[in-house]
Design a protein around this ligand. Sequence first.
Ligand code: ASP
Ligand code: MG
Length: 406
Amino acid sequence: MALYVHKYGGTSVGNVERIRHVADRILHARDGGDQLVVVVSAMSGETNRLVSMANELQDRPDPREMDVLLSTGEQVTIALLCMALQQRGCPACSYTGGQVRILTDAAHTKARILDIDTERMQADLAQGRVVVVAGFQGVTGEGDITTLGRGGSDTTAVALAAALKADECLIYTDVDGVYTTDPRVEPRARRLDRITFEEMLELASQGSRVLQIRSVEFAGKYNVPLRVLSSFTEGHGTLISYEEEENVEKPLISGIAFNRDEAKLTILGVPDRPGNAYKILGPIAEANIEVDMIVQNVAADATTDFTFTVHRAEYKKALDILSRLRDDLGAREVTSDDTIVKVSLVGVGMRSHAGVASQMFAALARESINIQMISTSEIKISVVVNEKYLELAVRTLHDAFKLDQA
Ligand code: ASP
Ligand code: MG
């Protein structure tokens, strides 16, 4: 007998009719005799509704009270789903995070899971029940309710799958899998049958917002095979797992990620002395500004130009800091550009193939797309280009690497 964890997102349980539909799906999945633990989100829009009420009452809502409030959304859907299952003659029992005992730290609104007690769930499963667990929430050692950060139900599902040693964790959502790139930018984007954890992390962190990033990290760490699929249509979705055996031929490129909200800052003519990179990035880090790409190169006159990218929302703050640093460092000038985007090719196949970068640059050159910055890792090559080229760059690369063909 196999054990599966299913997770249904907010749109999949968005109203009573859809909850009935989820119940039918669960019944169908049980036909084969498998054991099921089901994690649900709050109805779509509900968590946002709760957040805005809190914001109306308190400038910075107390995090502990926020968690008491936000956890209610998922409590509604677990109970309704169990009712729908029972109505269909399927024994089912709902649990809040505290009842299962999903033990977390006390970092309210962004808690981390420390431990999960599987005893009660195991007992229910052995009795033939479907176990329905509220996503996104846990409890501290003191008994306070916590939540895991927005989108946290994915992490609940993966954590339960890891604790129960489930065969697979299936994330049912409103898309039917992970695509080679965003189909809104490239309509020929293709659903991937499988992808590695590593690739998914690169695609997810760069804008393919299908799964909460933490859930993918968690799944990789505990080797939980993760499948993303649609709760509205049939299909196998995309399996996210470890790399297949060495002898299986891997696709060179799995997908193209992009990031629209980037900005670039350069401090020019910094005297080339030890410690200057730290003097520039130290204050940026202290201001809690996250830096993405960094490029530094020494010129013939023994000064260096130092360029880095940040999220566009933090651009002004970073620019202020650099402008203040300029005189201290004896630098010549600060320049900046908040009309840039990052486009990345991602694929584990790159590891064993040379020449991917030159192929990428050649394709962009044919379209006269100017590359402003480049960075590479084992499984990724990123370029920064002007935002007006984003769509063209993505489509050009999708075509050049024949990503529309399996
Ligand atoms: N309901 C929570 C949210 O909207 C958790 C989730 O949906 O995963 O963020
Ligand atoms: Mg969600």
